[in-house]
Design a protein around this ligand. Structure first.
Ligand code: SAM
Length: 277
């Protein structure tokens, strides 16, 4: 016999009991499979699932039980005011990264600002800012071709026309002349034990890990940004909670001024910014 929506959720919650958020995970997965709102799960708890939906739900819950992130199972993730498609070619956009978007939003920019997002992944930062500023010209770069395709797809899905995406090794092939360079680069030390835990086990190391204790890519991007930015332009970099001081030192050594680090919602140092004088 096929279970009702409520019975399916009870079954799934038990399977995911050992996880961090079993109730939320199984509700998100079921609403995705049924293509309905969470409210409708509770409005019609006695509604039976079809055979196809029950099969799909069981398979999805098994994947979650193995630790696979919900965003890869359902293929999407909310970021800022957008819904972005996700896949294992790149990082699942994180809530912490919205801090970087908020900081750019809180600053003064000229009309038709040119913003470059290095290591754009799903296009999260680039698309959030392009969506907020239809007059801006936004370019996202990633060296992973699948991530570039994903970002282009996400721009189309969200009807954002002022962001374009290119494949490249950081800014190697990018022309100079930007008001703002942003990046959430790989910044985890290759030996960090957290790489063996939780969602990151399913994400590509190329999106997570950087040599030189996690700082190699931040150093490259900082040097390149100095060359690319207009005078008065800003660089904003996301980094690990324990990298604030060293990232400030890297920016200062490159000549950036007004260097400061902002805290994320968990009160940890998360984004460092500096201005090219
Ligand atoms: C931490 S993820 C950030 C993705 C996205 N910006 C976000 O905030 O969700 C880092 C991204 O940098 C890309 N990346 C890594 N090395 C790169 C390189 N040398 N040049 C360009 N992109 C690179 C990865 O493919 C990945 O998509």
């Amino acid at each position: 016999m096929l279970p009702t929506q409520e019975q399916a959720l009870v079954w799934a919650r038990q399977r995911l009991e050992a996880g961090e958020s079993p109730t939320l995970d199984c509700e998100i997965i079921l609403t995705h499979i049924l293509d309905c709102s969470r409210a409708s799960l509770f409005a019609w708890p006695e509604k039976p699932l079809s055979e196809a939906h029950w099969q799909a739900f069981q398979q999805a819950i098994e994947r979650r039980e193995q630790g696979e992130p919900v965003a890869y199972i359902i293929g999407e993730q909310g970021f800022w005011n957008l819904t972005l498609k996700t896949n294992p070619s790149t990082l699942i956009p994180r809530p912490e990264t919205e801090l970087l978007v908020e900081l750019v939003q809180s600053m003064q920019w000229p009309p038709a600002t040119r913003l470059l997002d290095l290591g754009t992944g799903t296009g999260a930062i680039a698309l959030a800012l392009a969506g907020e500023h239809p007059d801006w010209q936004v370019v996202g770069v990633d060296y992973n071709a699948d991530a570039v395709h994903l970002a282009v797809h996400n721009a189309q899905l969200n009807r954002i026309t002022n962001a374009t995406f290119e494949q490249g090794f950081w800014a190697q092939n990018v022309q100079t002349g930007w008001h703002c360079v942003v990046s959430n680069p790989p910044y985890i030390d290759p030996y960090d034990r957290h790489l063996q835990q939780g969602d990151v086990r399913f994400e590509p190391l190329s999106a997570l890990v950087s040599e030189d204790a996690g700082l190699a890519d931040i150093k490259i991007i900082t040097k390149q940004a100095w060359q690319l930015l207009y005078k008065g332009g800003w660089l904003l970099l996301e980094h690990g909670f324990d990298q604030g001081q060293v990232v400030r030192d890297i920016l200062l050594a490159s000549g950036f001024k007004q260097v400061q680090t902002e805290l994320d919602y968990g009160q940890r140092e998360r984004v460092t910014l500096g201005q090219k004088p």
